[in-house]
Design a protein around this ligand. Structure first.
Ligand SMILES: NC(=O)c1ccc[n+]([C@@H]2O[C@H](COP(=O)([O-])OP(=O)(O)OC[C@H]3O[C@@H](n4cnc5c(N)ncnc54)[C@H](OP(=O)(O)O)[C@@H]3O)[C@@H](O)[C@H]2O)c1
Length: 244
């Protein structure tokens, strides 16, 4: 489990981390109250919905999609913390990138933007389905584990798998719900990056569940027991076999 690995080990071992001084990483991870700079690649059901929640929590969000003009009404409604443009315009405006596109777009995005994304935290929400994304990517995602596969397209980025396992409407309907918060599993090989994403999970009104390394992302990928768990963090931790 990654909680057994010290932050120092993560800083030394992760190539993305090497691109930022430790003090900047620490500041980002520990910046409990300061607003964060988020950019989205994809602004549909998940990217648009989560971005809205983060703007409402006080973060700046630069939304991007294939047709950014269509995002103008949304950013106008959200106010000055929200902007929209192309993916190339979005990336420099985010320390944290929400990647939320059909999985079939990921190899091409990797070719075009991996260099610009080096050292940035990426939150990968993307699921691979045969009908939409093709049998080959689905097979690769099962063979390598989906979070590991996504990371392979963005070498040097600080990959965190999260927000892939709950439907967009359920996220919107349950953000900040009373009682047990909706649990969101997170997996990453980079503890400092996972801590930042855990904060964003909380800021959106949910409860993070640290599943462990990226290889654990398979346990909450589509069709597996950790996918679609709505009850509470304790139930999800039990399924994923992580400590309370
Ligand atoms: N919907 C859910 O309940 C749900 C839940 C968990 C995870 N997911 C996963 O999260 C991802 C996004 O799902 P979604 O429902 O939000 O999809 P969606 O509503 O169809 O939105 C996809 C977004 O990606 C943009 N896009 C597509 N190709 C792109 C590219 N090459 N470069 C930049 N932007 C691109 C689209 O832009 P345009 O609109 O301009 O074409 C759109 O903004 C998928 O992988 C999905 O499997 C979905």
């Amino acid at each position: 489990m990654h909680t057994q690995i010290s932050r120092r080990s993560f800083l030394q071992l992760t190539s993305g981390a090497a691109l930022l001084p430790a003090s900047a990483l620490e500041a980002l991870a520990q910046g409990a109250n300061g607003p964060l700079k988020i950019a989205t690649i994809g602004a549909g059901n998940i990217g648009g919905g989560l971005g809205r929640l983060w703007v409402k929590a006080g973060h700046s969000v630069f939304f991007s999609s294939l047709n950014p003009d269509e995002l103008k009404p949304m950013v106008a409604e959200l106010g000055p913390l929200a902007r929209a443009g192309t993916t190339a315009q979005a990336i420099p405006n985010g320390d944290i990138i929400l990647l939320s596109v059909p999985y079939r777009a990921i190899p091409g995005l990797g070719k075009e933007f991996a260099e610009a994304l080096k050292g940035k935290i990426i939150i990968d929400t993307c699921n691979a389905t045969p009908a939409r994304d093709g049998e080959e990517l689905v097979a690769m995602s099962k063979q390598k584990t989906i979070g590991v596969l996504t990371a392979s397209f963005f070498p040097g980025a600080r990959m965190v798998r999260g927000f892939n396992s709950i439907g967009a409407k359920i996220l919107q309907d349950n953000a900040g719900r009373a009682g047990d918060k909706l649990p969101i599993p997170i997996a990453s090989d980079d503890k400092a990056a996972a801590d930042v994403v855990a904060r964003l999970v909380r800021d959106a009104g949910f409860e993070p569940v640290m599943a462990g390394a990226l290889t654990k992302s398979g346990e909450f990928s589509m069709g597996n027991p950790g996918y679609g768990v709505h009850a509470n963090a304790a139930a999800l931790k039990k399924i994923l076999g992580v400590a309370e």
